[in-house]
Ligand binder design. Sequence first.
Ligand SMILES: Cc1cc2nc3c(=O)[nH]c(=O)nc-3n(C[C@H](O)[C@H](O)[C@H](O)COP(=O)(O)OP(=O)(O)OC[C@H]3O[C@@H](n4cnc5c(N)ncnc54)[C@H](O)[C@@H]3O)c2cc1C
Length: 304
Amino acid sequence: MTAAPEGIERDFPLARLTTVRTGGRADWFARPGDEEQLVELLAWAHREGLPVGVVGSGSNLLVADRGFRGLALKLGGELVAIERDGERLLCGGGARLPSAAAKAAGWGLAGLEFGVNIPGTAGGAVKMNANAYGGQLARILAWVDVCTFEGRDRRQPEQLGFAYRSSNLGAEEVVARASFLLAPGDPAAIGATLAAMRKKRREAQPSGIKTFGSTFKNPADERAGGRTAGQLLEAAGCRGLRVGGARFAEKHANFVENTGEATTAEVLELMAEGRRRVYQRFGIELEPEVQLLGDVRWPGGWEL
Ligand SMILES: Cc1cc2nc3c(=O)[nH]c(=O)nc-3n(C[C@H](O)[C@H](O)[C@H](O)COP(=O)(O)OP(=O)(O)OC[C@H]3O[C@@H](n4cnc5c(N)ncnc54)[C@H](O)[C@@H]3O)c2cc1C
């Protein structure tokens, strides 16, 4: 093995970097502060044949209990900056979306209001094509700078293969910067929209719990009759259902809650049970929205 770039840590616990707080350790971990460091780390991992996993806010991420036998990256320094350039908002890939939405409002820039309720980073939101309340990430995204082991390249939204909660970015393609093209507006009015959106969210979803948000994608299957994954889980009797320390939240059945000391294995068992119940009742196969990191093994009952 060649010498690891400076700043790399060994055996790093990942649970605390996720909002659900489960899972094991990464063999290697680093916090690149600029694009140069990021590319250097990606190149090193590539030479060593190590898989790479980038962790944003960990708000839609489930880490295997056995951990991750690769290099986990968490962006820092310049890569979390939020700046204004005229009507554009330039965000580091690791910039938090709610902060970006609040800053944009303060600068009188409209269009990113939906980001106030998405507790992820700009990079994670691009990777996941995150949306809320009709806000469309793709509509305001001007470009992204993507780093790979070979360097950096700028991509346009139409190159990102956006579909429902997905993009074509691979695990070793890291969003280092994103530019959002916003529209001038009245800061007070934009601020009021943010407040209304926060309120609406508080009424609809549990707050203050350890969760990764939506567990399953809303199915396109016509047997769902337009019902969301949460409505199907609820109708299949999953609200409050528990496996060990993991349970489907009382307020929103598509949210898995870590009630204390849940393991990832318990979360997976619960997901498998929810999926089985929805399949038995409606014949619909729910697909996970939550992203997996490491050697995640689905329990026996996962395949329907
Ligand atoms: C309470 C709650 C509410 C939520 N509400 C919404 C909602 O309304 N709408 C919605 O769409 N989502 C929602 N989510 C889910 C989540 O916030 C989004 O999917 C978010 O975009 C994930 O960003 P993240 O930075 O946390 O990514 P992570 O969860 O850390 O990672 C998710 C995926 O993105 C990848 N990734 C992260 N950063 C980068 C990067 N810089 N470059 C490339 N890939 C990267 C990871 O490798 C992983 O594959 C919610 C989650 C919670 C906990």
